[in-house]
Design a protein around this ligand. Structure first.
Ligand SMILES: CC(=O)N[C@H]1[C@@H](OP(=O)(O)O)O[C@H](CO)[C@@H](O)[C@@H]1O
Ligand SMILES: [Mg+2]
Length: 547
């Protein structure tokens, strides 16, 4: 690194001093915290993304300013790698180091050492696409990111303004593949593949029924609003245009964790209607319906596990159609990936379908990695974050097959559906918009209502509790996150509670996005799941103290 570069970094860094006592970790999904403290963090992640672009031969990188499901006063920042996936985990320690550097001098020293170690040639051309969600703090944080990127010589930041997280990831992936990568290209791609799947629906009568969407008062509802479907009937509520607060009583995280209707839903006209909910940056999707007028706001939830099951069933049906000539298994390997938060009933159901079910740690970066090991890998977190990955060689095989098969045959249609799904679904990262379109078209394909889909299996009652403690890092878990190694003795105490309940299962882990310890509990009745969840939460408080 030459003197000009060092001077450029020192000068810009002085604009963004690190607030006292801020200690950050890249966590489950990037840096998050109170937005008023994050200028220096976002500026520094701007530098990191520019270096990432240079390191990978001037590929385009993405930087998204969002705190997803967190409260509106929080914000955060995460990086999309050139593949469109999450930042390589190998760079996370560097991200942590620079985010916590206490002075401009220390920051520049860390960068210099890293640039030399990674053999990054400063002076090359680098490009970073910047996006933000609708949080009011996003605008000024984006300016900090811009300054960070452009303080690395030769690097430019391109402001993409308001975007969903998956749309930014999609743009990065498309750009690096040499494809058209604007928001309108994204819409066009969705429309073309959706129409293709609709044309392949086997039933003679294509019946459109209304879907009501909860946009979490965030960017997802707004982007959906821009995207007009001539073939679907979608009513969007909680767009944020009428003054609702982001994620407050609305959105996928609220709906999935509380299992009640979001604000603006639940009138008697909504009973039985198919509804969906996005989270704050539209990378999560859950469905729900109000079962009866007397349900008191309680909903039937169709979470990420149920979306995963629907997708797995559909993909398997297509694979079986052209893979049944005695060579089963030769053409494709379908696998599904879940986390410890997956409902036990969903895992039983998927295994019952004969599928390979693999478990990963919480956070899509972990699930994505495992799903990429299959020809077709489907991953979902229970909270609705997930997608389908198709290996490049499998897509080439499908396209080759399409040419050989006679048009209109069952095999041809099955292969064409899979090709269309590989185009519709956002393979960079889970995407609530493309996921919603795929659910809608599969329900049409099956001729199913949301109620019929819900009957695939019955969820085991579960309960999640957030416990505020003075130091959540005092909880250390095994790599599967299902057992706590620290504090010493807590796992034995948890096991003692679990034993008291039929089909009892419970675990704790420190959240990577909020300052809490999460408790998950499952049992054969809701009463038992609640009681197990509460007693484990009590154990957390007694071992760690409450804050
Ligand atoms: C139980 C739960 O829903 N955890 C979420 C949440 O992570 P935590 O580390 O649990 O805070 O946010 C992540 C990012 O959105 C998501 O990947 C993950 O599944
Ligand atoms: Mg999100």
């Amino acid at each position: 690194m030459d003197d000009t570069q060092i001077a450029s970094l020192l000068k810009s860094s002085d604009l963004f001093p690190l607030p006292q006592s801020l200690k950050l970790s890249y966590g489950t999904a990037g840096f998050r915290g109170d937005a008023s403290l994050l200028d220096s963090t976002v500026y520094r992640v701007g530098i990191l993304s520019a270096l990432r672009s240079l390191k990978l031969g001037s590929s385009t990188v993405g930087l998204m300013i969002t705190a997803s499901h967190n409260k509106v006063s929080d914000n955060g920042v995460k990086v999309a790698d050139p593949s469109g996936g999450m930042l390589s985990q190998e760079w996370e320690p560097f991200a942590d180091q620079i985010a916590n550097a206490s002075s401009s001098e220390e920051l520049v020293w860390l960068i210099k050492e890293f640039v030399e170690r990674e053999k990054i040639s400063i002076g090359g051309v680098g490009e970073v696409l910047l996006g933000r969600d609708t949080r009011p703090s996003g605008y000024s944080l984006l300016r900090a990111a811009e300054i960070g990127v452009s303080s690395v010589l030769g690097c430019v930041a391109v402001d993409k303004d308001l975007l969903t997280t998956p749309l930014l990831h999609w743009m990065v992936r498309a750009k690096n593949k040499g494809l058209n990568a604007s928001k309108y290209d994204y819409f066009e791609n969705l429309t073309t593949s959706l129409m293709c799947l609709i044309d392949l629906i086997p039933v003679s009568e294509f019946k459109i029924t209304k879907l009501v969407l909860d946009g979490a008062n965030g960017v997802g509802g707004q982007v959906m609003n821009e995207f007009s479907f001539c073939t679907l009937d979608v009513e969007i509520r909680n767009t944020g245009f009428q003054g609702g607060v982001l994620n407050e009583g609305v959105g996928a995280d609220f709906v999935q964790k509380e299992k009640v209707v979001p604000l603006g839903f639940g009138s008697k006209d909504d009973v039985g209607v198919r509804c969906a909910s996005f989270d704050g940056d539209a990378d999560r999707l859950v469905y729900f319906y109000v079962p009866s007028e007397s349900s008191g706001g309680k909903i039937e939830l169709l979470d990420g596990d149920k979306i995963l099951s629907l997708f797995a069933l559909f993909v398997k049906e297509q694979l079986n159609t052209f893979d049944d000539d005695g060579k089963e298994g030769e053409l494709s390997r379908l696998g599904v990936v879940q986390t410890a938060y997956a409902n036990g009933a969903s895992t039983d159901y998927l295994k019952g379908l004969g599928l390979d079910v693999v478990f990963a740690k919480t956070g899509v970066k972990h699930l994505h990695e495992k799903a990429a090991e299959f020809d077709v890998g489907i991953y979902f977190e229970a909270n609705g974050h997930g997608t389908i990955l198709f290996s490049e060689s499998f897509v080439s095989l499908l396209v080759g097959k399409q040419k050989d098969l006679s048009e209109g045959s069952d095999e041809y249609n099955a292969v064409s559906r899979l090709v269309a799904v590989s185009n519709l679904i956002n393979q960079a990262v889970g995407d609530a918009i493309s996921g919603l379109l795929l659910v809608e078209v599969i329900l049409q394909h099956m001729g199913w209502s949301v109620q019929k889909w819900n009957e695939l299996y019955k969820d085991l009652p579960s309960r999640q509790v957030k416990v505020e403690v003075p130091d959540r890092t005092a909880v250390v878990t095994t790599s599967e996150e299902t057992e706590a190694l620290k504090p010493l003795g807590i796992q034995d105490a948890i096991n003692g509670e679990i034993k008291k309940y039929k089909r009892g299962r419970a675990f704790i882990r420190p959240s990577g996005t909020e300052d809490v310890v999460r408790v998950y509990a499952e049992a054969s009745t809701q009463e038992d799941a609640d009681s197990l969840g509460d007693s484990v939460a009590q154990l957390v408080k007694s071992f760690l103290g409450s804050s």
